[in-house]
Design a protein around this ligand. Sequence first.
Ligand SMILES: Nc1nc2c(ncn2[C@@H]2O[C@H](COP(=O)(O)OP(=O)(O)OP(=O)(O)O)[C@@H](O)[C@H]2O)c(=O)[nH]1
Length: 524
Amino acid sequence: MALSFIKKVFTFGKPAEEPVPESVERELEPRSRDEALPIAEDPVLPEEMDTAGGPAADFDQDTAEEHVALDDAEPAILPAPDQLSDMGVVPLSLLEAEAAAEVQTEIQAPVETVAEIPPSVPPGHLPHKGGDRLEPDAPVSIEGAEEVAEASPEEISPKLDEILDTSVQPISPLVEEMPGRAEGGSPTAEPETGSPILPKGFATGPKVVEPEPVAPQPKLSWFQRLRNGLARTSSQLTGQIAALFTKRKLDDETLQDLEDLLIQADLGVETALRVTDTLASERYGKDVTGEDVSRIMASEIAKVLKPVAKPLQLDLSHKPHVILVVGVNGTGKTTTIGKLAAKLSGAGLKVMLAAGDTFRAAAIEQLKIWAERTNSEFIGTKLGADAAGLAYDAFEQAKAKKCDVLIVDTAGRLQNKAELMAELEKIVRVLGKLDPDAPHTVLQTLDATTGQNALSQVEIFRNVAGVNGLIMTKLDGTARGGILVAISAKHKLPVYFIGVGEGVDDLEPFEAEDFAHAIAGLGQ
Ligand SMILES: Nc1nc2c(ncn2[C@@H]2O[C@H](COP(=O)(O)OP(=O)(O)OP(=O)(O)O)[C@@H](O)[C@H]2O)c(=O)[nH]1
């Protein structure tokens, strides 16, 4: 091995065009100080050391003999050191070291500079640049060369090893470390992360679909929302009325048909008769248009609603004025309480909200959020606790804190659940112990999407809890507003507000004319 290696080293000073055989590279690479040599797995285990004597299982007898033969061979006759420079010989160690230094410089440079390497240079070799090139006849000083020349033949191989160890920089490992350089190949655009670096103007990743800009929706007035909410009722009604009165004189039959239409729209028998009576007295035997009927209908509905469209009267001498809010599940009690609190605390009143719906954790949390949003005091209790007890505590606390208004939420309940209705009765009774007039207002929320059932809801809640005022919610949805006319005509209970949305401001004082016009499909 040593002989063949020496031959190769001292013929490297020939012109650069002659490529260095790959075997030289192979022999040079493991000589690096910096490169960790691969550690062969020892087939002999430590505990087997004493007994292990024979060669390893993978021992190659032929290769071993070849090594022995080389070591025993005649030593080579080497030229003297001064002859080396005369010959224009440059040891591989120096050229490799210089090339490695350039690689170091190249590594600092951006990837593009690596691409400047002429394609004629074989992988693993780097060209000299301009003045850096060592000319074949330039005088060269070789550290250790003299010692080699003076050494005995037996000493040559170790001496050469020493020279190579101190002067040769490993090339291949450095080249492999160069950014963007794959082994033996051309520079690639693979960064460390593994994602490709694309030229300017390109991008990777899934296509991002920009959402279409949505034009901001203008906020509708509460009347527009009411009209939209009642549109189903009104358009159905006006469409049928228009069809009924096309080229037809007003007679008993058309009056009967009109009465049926109005009852189907939940307006109630009483209001339906008011409309037909008025129409008959004004236009009997004459041509009537749908618009005539709508106008008379709106006027008669307004007459029914006007007496009930009242403001919510607060007796602030009570401190607190207690408002108990009752109703069937999901009719909008908690939301309405939040809206009321916003109005009252916005007007400078001190408000306390009591979470009397002890059935649902979410209801307690919901009311607490409303209290925070409206700067109101809050009192709650644990889930399943006695609602009447909570109402009692709330009253005392509100009194102690000098609250102007205490609003007590209650669990939703169906009017036909006797046990739950009895609990409501108890809450009223307990509050009455602290103030004989309390609760001063018992508000019932009604869901406008409910039809005839709302009539019986009012009937029973009124009897049990003494409801003395109504709020109709969800009139912005697909409401069946006709029922409020029927309830008003029958119970004559004040209707304080209507809910036209889920937002804090979506609670409007009830206006009879507006409501009547909206149902009749007329403008404000
Ligand atoms: N569109 C619309 N939704 C409303 C209105 N009022 C309440 N809601 C919604 O109706 C749903 C029920 O409202 P809540 O306030 O929780 O009703 P609740 O009566 O307290 O319910 P329970 O505690 O289950 O009896 C919620 O999604 C509210 O946002 C309104 O005026 N318009």
